[in-house]
Design a binder for this molecule. Sequence first.
Ligand SMILES: *[C@@H]1O[C@H](CO)[C@@H](O)[C@H](O)[C@H]1NC(C)=O
Ligand SMILES: *[C@@H]1O[C@H](CO)[C@@H](O)[C@H](O)[C@H]1NC(C)=O
Length: 372
Amino acid sequence: MALVRTFLCVALPLFFEVSCLPERNEDTRLSFFAVGDFGGTDLFPFYTYTQKRVAQTMGKLADLGNISMILGLGDNFYYDGVQTVDDPRFKTTFEDVYTAPALERAKWLMIAGNHDYRSNISAQIAYTKKSHRWHFPYYYFTTVKKIPNTDMTVQIVMIDTMLLCNDGENYGFPSASEQLKWIVKTLEDSNADYLIVGGHHPIFSAGFHGNSDCLLSSLKPLLEKYDVTAYISGHDHNLQHIKEEDSSVHYFISGGGNFFVHAPMSYSTLPKNSLKLFYGLTGGFTAFDATPSSLKVTKISHIGKELYTTEIKLKKERQRRGVTLATRKRARRSFLGKRLRMLRGKKGATTIKSFIGQSPRKRTRKNQKQRK
Ligand SMILES: *[C@@H]1O[C@H](CO)[C@@H](O)[C@H](O)[C@H]1NC(C)=O
Ligand SMILES: *[C@@H]1O[C@H](CO)[C@@H](O)[C@H](O)[C@H]1NC(C)=O
């Protein structure tokens, strides 16, 4: 090997341009942030004190940590979303608040929250074309990022929990079953080393809003089946980490981008011993560091205090994912695979029916109706 390198670095440069400088400080880390419920306010100056402080801290740490991606977990504009793509709130609540150079450079992966649905989601999607950093290509989408200097990947799957739990088909939105099918396919096809799903509503929460029955029945089984590393959401205005003893999925809440509420009032509805962190005394956000060995998750306060850290080791099985995936793909092509798919489709449909009409968020549907 050494001989080959000597040849490449000594002989070849005589004829070709070959770089043989020692490799620069190989960083094998992909760092990104998540912040939810960061939509300011609809009164002047259109941001809150907490939002500004969280934004400044995110900016400082993003500059230091080479942050290239930020997951925006919905409720992007309080209290009633935006009206059109030219709505001044894009500037006053977003552009003028997240001003640090690193936050300017980063790609913001955006989804809608319940407050955004009080107005025009198409306008938020359309803003993707106007902004170099606002990335909201569709109600739900996925992005795969490489961990620098490795072959390993982090896949982010951003979903729309409003549409998943309030079937908006009749109001011109993609139906819950359509999205559910997309989620199944996306998770099934993933061979990422870390697979992270982001949505606005939590599945489990010890906070004011509590657990979501709809997501517990529709989404949670998929996270388990497809070995998702973590589900991250907002909606409750605090920072939480929840992990069931008998499941490998980690649940994080990062809803402190703008407000904070320190009231673990749904604590008793959580699975036994599952609550690892509950913090709502100030605003804050979540930092992720994906390396070849682990995904480190850190909860950070509005002034940059590290509140909590947990490290999720990369599972050995996950590295064998490729094999499972190939097997599954073969099955899909076979007749049996086809039958299995049909069955799964049927089961999916029942699940969806069973949660239509149970939704606590009917108001949004009415709003959409009024707008028509
Ligand atoms: C910063 O991150 C990007 C992509 O995540 C990577 O390509 C680059 O090498 C990193 N830079 C430093 C100085 O670590
Ligand atoms: C929503 O926003 C889009 C993009 O600005 C615009 O074309 C559309 O007319 C808006 N819809 C309503 C109902 O205002």
